[in-house]
Design a protein around this ligand. Structure first.
Ligand SMILES: [Zn+2]
Length: 336
């Protein structure tokens, strides 16, 4: 217990709280800026099991704020979940860390074994957040929203029974209404402020302490930090809280989605038994920079860089239009 001695002394944790942390099972969705900060803090705090899911690979522009990654990861294009898990195991070998290189879909969440104590939002898009909202609402699992753009951030605890994300915003905000990391940039202290709130609330929830009610907002450049009070009851017309309808669980999966603020599109045809070794051999004479790693196959063609994962999911860099990405996918991967 030497490892946790300073944490155990904090009022509200104690030996009993530390034991509850060790029995907890937390899912972090997204291993980018928010996700790496969240994972680092929870693994060091001594949660029992941490499930990580991320669909992306490490790039040079991540290193400014995504604390678990190294230059070697960016060079190799290592999947973020794998690189994060490697670093986290070095920080605390007592925590079971289960990385998944995958898109967080309803099917993915349904297939997770066991019961989760808590879900933490480390995503960069509202499509996935509404999915988390609805899945957690149906499963009655608490989750903690977090978002950060530029110098501004927000976070909120969503408890079973509401209020939930749909109570605040019935529909996901339009793509043009929310800035993203490419247009507005992102400061590392914004991530630190948002995840400080998320991690503190996560620890409180996991040890059985009451949560802060309200929306945390900050602008780290202006130096303003506040918790806006929130109605204590769910919105009367919220489909999730009032009727237990969860629209995001029934929407068709998107085959091609543009990644937040990037010249990159994910193409996921769903059920495919793609043979990466066979694809590798066929691409060698026709594509450039063909490279096979334990986790993926990379190559360049038609001015686009591809990272293909076992199962057929692919990230296409240098393209923004989902239709064009789908066509390139069919030409170089699906059609072969
Ligand atoms: Zn609601």
């Amino acid at each position: 217990m030497e490892r946790y001695s300073r944490q155990v002394r904090v009022t509200g944790i104690g030996e009993a709280g530390q034991q509850r942390l060790a029995q907890s099972r937390v899912l972090i969705v997204g291993c980018g800026a928010l996700g790496t900060h969240l994972a680092d803090a929870l693994v060091r705090a001594g949660v029992g099991e941490l499930v990580l899911v991320d669909r992306d690979i490490v790039e040079w522009s991540n290193l400014q704020r995504q604390v678990l990654f190294s230059e070697a990861d960016a060079k190799a294009g290592t999947p973020k979940a794998i690189a994060a898990a490697t670093r986290l195991r070095e920080a605390n070998s007592e925590v079971r860390i289960l990385p998944h290189v995958a898109d967080c879909s309803a099917a993915f969440l349904d297939e997770l074994p066991g019961t989760l104590s808590l879900v933490l939002d480390g995503t960069d898009n509202f499509r996935t957040r509404y999915l988390l909202n609805d899945w957690c609402g149906r499963q009655r699992v608490p989750w903690i929203y977090g978002g950060a753009v530029g110098s501004e951030g927000a976070a909120m605890v969503m408890l079973p029974g509401g209020p939930c994300l749909r109570c605040l915003w019935p529909e996901p905000p339009a793509h043009t209404d929310v800035g993203n990391c490419e247009t507005a940039g992102i400061l590392a202290p914004t991530i630190a402020a948002v995840t400080a709130f998320q991690v503190a609330e996560a620890l409180k929830l996991l040890v059985g302490h009451a949560s802060t009610r309200g929306v945390f907002t900050c602008d780290v450049w202006r130096g303003s930090y506040s918790v806006l009070p929130l109605a204590q009851h769910p919105a009367a017309d919220c489909p999730a809280c009032s009727r237990r309808e969860f629209p995001a669980l029934h929407s068709a999966p998107h085959e091609a989605v543009t990644l937040c603020g990037r010249d990159a599109v994910q193409v996921d045809p769903g059920s495919s038994a793609l043979d990466l070794t066979a694809l590798h051999l066929r691409l060698l004479p026709v594509a450039t920079d063909v490279m096979r790693t334990p986790h993926l196959l990379r190559f360049a063609a038609d001015g686009c860089r591809f990272s293909v994962f076992p199962g057929g999911r692919a990230l296409l860099f240098g393209v923004r239009d989902p239709l064009r990405a789908r066509a390139l996918y069919d030409r170089w991967i699906g059609g072969l």
